[in-house]
Write a protein that binds this ligand. Sequence first.
Ligand code: SF4
Length: 164
Amino acid sequence: MRVNGTLINYYFHCKRQCWLHGNRINLEDNSEEVKIGKAIHEVKSQNSTNSEISIENIKIDKLTKDYLVEVKKSDADVEAAKWQLLLYLKILKEKGIERTGKLEFVEKNKSKNKTLIVNLTEDNSRELDIIISKIELLLEELEVPDIINEPKCKKCAYYEYCYI
Ligand code: SF4
């Protein structure tokens, strides 16, 4: 499987999650968290004319004159979201489209959304290439990585797979 935004996100969230998804063991459809995420994307796309654009193996939430916008349901894993967005910025740049990245965190019970601006630089672009290589190596491993046993497991789509 070619490294896409979901795999990058999972790599930072949990190596086991990344391996499971990359090896096509998918349980996302059963997850309440994923359903909430999809619902947010649907509401956002109804309010926008530039939403959900597919380029190669990535899906972009919104592309405006200045920004590539990625919408997240919480800011629980900013690092994962940031690298996912950097991958999208890099793929767009390779297509001749240069934008500033914007992460929008749409949180329940909060009147104001938090946003984070992300720029693709030479340094983080090089780092991204290294991360992609590491993910490719991880996915080739024969053994699934160990369970991480962290609080975030309770919100993970693979919770039942890992613990029950
Ligand atoms: S439940 Fe925990 S260990 Fe299992 S894939 Fe999810 S985050 Fe990783």
